[in-house]
Each structure stands twice: as structure tokens, then as C-alpha cells.
Write a protein that binds this ligand. Structure first.
Ligand code: ZN
Ligand code: FE
Length: 239
């Protein structure tokens, strides 16, 4: 079993720690800030051996250099993007490994053009960065609506019990928009209530699952890229 721990950073980022208790290795996913990630690994007595980046944005890579200098870890990130102190360039289908756990890379462009997800099929775990959020999706900074739609469909096609670890705590705002986009969807209404409760207690709403996203994420549920594009445009100005 892999142990996965969220480290909150900045206002709403999550840096994910991935620890294999058998081999003792720890990977840090998307360290926008080195200090909180290293503080948490030190507190737990965990040895950092890898950093994995999903895309180049500073809030996901800003801690790469300091973590590499502090630990000597190997930094892996998308081949198609400029990633600070990257050792291993990852493209579609490339393998990843922590202990005895094998993962693979899938390319999911849209938020950025080289954005990747890190998928551990047997462990039923995927790190999806800023492409899919619980009940929402990332903004289109570099890619097209068609690319983002295809990327979300690729993630939604993973086994339904796959846990999805996202880069930000955006679930409450996304749930409110989802309830507006699909007012007659009882799964969305129920999840909005749950998320309101969790956030009022200051709790983390992630990971989500493929099954939950298929049922409650309007961006995943859009039937065409044109419908997706209209929804994304509406969300950009939704208050
Ligand atoms: Zn981003
Ligand atoms: Fe981000």
C-alpha cells in the first residue's frame, strides 16, 4: 500500500507526499513550495527520493530546486515543458516507479500543452495536477477546449474506483457551479452538502474518484467538446 498525504501550500494548493512503507521511499508531487513539503517529510521521518511534476506552473514546481539540493532526489516532469532541475523527461506511456509500485504517464493537455497525469493502475491512484478538479477542471491557459475535453475523457475512462489527487482545493466553488449547471442532478446536490460540511470543518475534500466525477462533474459529463467549451466559458465568469 502507498501512503498519500496532502501538504497544503499557498492559499489552496496541495502538494502530495507518496510514501512506500516497504522500501521507505517518498515522492513529492508538484512541490510549489519546498518548505512545507520538507517539514512534513522530516516530521514523519520519511526519505525523499523523487519529485514528480504534472506541469510547469510555478505553484507546482517552485520548490523543485530547494528539494533537490536538500535531498539529492531525482526530478521527473513533462518532456514537453520547461521544468526546473528536471532529471527525467516524461512522455506518454513512459514508466514511473516507487518501490514495487509501477506507474505510467499519460499526456492530458489543455490547462498547459505538456500537462501529464501520473497513473498507478494497480494501486488505483492518479495524480492529475490542474487538469481535473473535484467537480471541475482547470482553466485553458495554453490548450484548446477540444484538447481539454479529450483529456478529461481520458481520465474518466480509468477504472471507476481510481482515486484522483488534484492540485488545488477548489471543490466548494466547483460544487456551487455544478449545482447551477445541473440543477436537477441529485448526486451533485448531495455532494454540494457534503463538501459544504467538510469545508466548514476545514477538512480536505480530496481525493475524489473516477466514479464520483462521472456522476457529479459537469465538465466530465459534457457530451461534446463544444458543450464543454460553453460550460468552461460560463464558469470563467461565474460568481
Ligand atoms: Zn497550473
Ligand atoms: Fe496550480
Amino acid at each position: 500500500m502507498l501512503e498519500i498525504v496532502p501538504v497544503p501550500a499557498f492559499t489552496d494548493n496541495y502538494i502530495w507526499l507518496v510514501h512506500d512503507p516497504v522500501c521507505g521511499e517518498t515522492a513529492i508531487v508538484d512541490p510549489g513550495d519546498a518548505a512545507p513539503a520538507l517539514a512534513e517529510t522530516e516530521r514523519r521521518g520519511w526519505t525523499v527520493t523523487q519529485v514528480w511534476n504534472t506541469h510547469h506552473h510555478w505553484d507546482h514546481t517552485g520548490g523543485n530546486r530547494a528539494i533537490k539540493e536538500a535531498t539529492g532526489c531525482i526530478v521527473s516532469g513533462p518532456a514537453a515543458e520547461d521544468i526546473k532541475v528536471r532529471d527525467v523527461a516524461l512522455a506518454d506511456g513512459n514508466p514511473l516507479r516507487i518501490g514495487a509500485h509501477d506507474g505510467r504517464v499519460i499526456e492530458i493537455p489543455g490547462h498547459t500543452l505538456g500537462h501529464i497525469a501520473l497513473v498507478f493502475d494497480d494501486a488505483r491512484i492518479a495524480f492529475v495536477g490542474d487538469t481535473l478538479f473535484a467537480m471541475g477542471c482547470g482553466r485553458l491557459f495554453e490548450g484548446t477546449a477540444q484538447q481539454m475535453h479529450d483529456s478529461l475523457q481520458r481520465l474518466a475512462a480509468l477504472p471507476e474506483d481510481t482515486a484522483l489527487y488534484c492540485g488545488h482545493e477548489y471543490t466548494l466553488a466547483n460544487a456551487r457551479f455544478a449545482a447551477h449547471a445541473e440543477p436537477d442532478n441529485p448526486a451533485i446536490a448531495a455532494r454540494l452538502k457534503e463538501v459544504e460540511q467538510l469545508r466548514s470543518e476545514g477538512r480536505v475534500t480530496l481525493p475524489t474518484t473516477v466514479a464520483q466525477e462521472r456522476a457529479t462533474n459537469p465538465f466530465v459529463r459534457a457530451s461534446s467538446w463544444q458543450d464543454f467549451a460553453a460550460l468552461r466559458a460560463e464558469k470563467d465568469s461565474f460568481r
